[in-house]
Design a protein around this ligand. Sequence first.
Ligand code: SF4
Length: 468
Amino acid sequence: MKRQALDVFASELAPEVRQAIIAGTTRVIEKRQTTLAEDYSDSDALRRLAGQVRQHALDHLDRYLPLAERRLQDNGVQVHFAHSTGRALEIITGLVRASGTRVVTKSKSMASEELDLARRLGDIGVEALETDLGEFVIQLDDDHPSHIVAPIIHKTRGDVADSFARHGLGDYDDDPEVITRRARRHMRKKFLEAKVTITGANFISAESGRVAIVTNEGNARFGLAGADVHIVLAGIEKVVARDRDLPLLLSLLIRSATGQRISSYVEFVSGPRSAGQPSGPREMHVVFLDSNRSKIVGGEMREILRCIRCGACMNTCPVYRQSSGHAYRGVYPGPVGTVLGPLLKGDENFAELSDLARASTLCGACGDVCPVNIPLPDLIARVRARSHRESTVRGKTGVPPMWGYSLLAGHPVLWRLAMRLGRALDWLPLRRLPLSAARAWSGSRTLPKWRGGRFRRWIRSRRRDQDV
Ligand code: SF4
């Protein structure tokens, strides 16, 4: 993946890719709005409630995580804790090796993207087949997902048909039915061969140890039917307090993610196959991934862990829509990735991705659609503030114009003088100035007419009017 500034990446994006992203995100935004408006009289109240439910579980994770562990164990599940992505990889590769399988089926899971799991299993000679259709295409192309719900939102039907033809899955045909039939034929053999299946978890109930898994293609269920071993990889924040929290969260997740009322498949997995059950894995493992989450949960941006990975914030974000998920240089794109990405990297690597926060317009659209009411614009502003603090400590100066502003705002006499002199900007031929920054800035923008100083005059005139 190219590593370059988000605005540079956006400016180099092919028009057809941008068009595919705008069309795909617009479709989902419209469906989401329609279903929420038709089904609920006050969906904002539900978003607030869902936010409280998620925050409650996170604020008491010290209680609910051990409770979830006990319930899972009572159900016959083996529970593992991984403090880092490296440790999670060790655990999972150990389990896969012990099973003796050469093929693993895999459902879509953002935590597994954090581990780059499919590639890492490939490194030890195990074929890890992505069974979500979008992820399968990404795997064929050795690409990376550019959206957390629709990983191939940046590709057209023709791109997918091309990939299938290149990889020997039939002659070029961009009929979606033909594409899905070919994918199904290819995957069925692997489902029968694989002894291990790996899924994520949308939620894990601390009350019952139930694991909720949402898919639209039934691929997780297929994987579970054929495998001997089921491995669930889940961030520790996926724990919710009670079973009765699930209907609310699932209703909002599915409507926000795809605009559907219910996903085609919602699995509630309670443990390995019990005596008398005709199919299902004999062994089930849950690997809880920490990877800096336990630091985030008590930190100033803890609300970000409420995220239920619906993708609505990126669908509505004007920056994402113009730049694509790849521009964010991490597993999580869009507004959620702007906050979560640098935090998951840990304190020592925070700066590496925190510059993304400067590419936000802070328009507030992401906060308005988030189904768990995460104050995303506030969090993005906090990432900016922390990034600025840390760059100042490291000796970098931060954003230069703010120094000037701070000087003027702290000295009323200088301020008044600057307001008077500012009028000269109306006459300055910025475009012809030798300063390259001024030329570049004014090359694509027109400076508004100077309005400085009017507020004070307006306040004075109001006072005069009131005195009269
Ligand atoms: S931050 Fe909110 S809107 Fe964005 S993916 Fe997460 S839950 Fe969805």
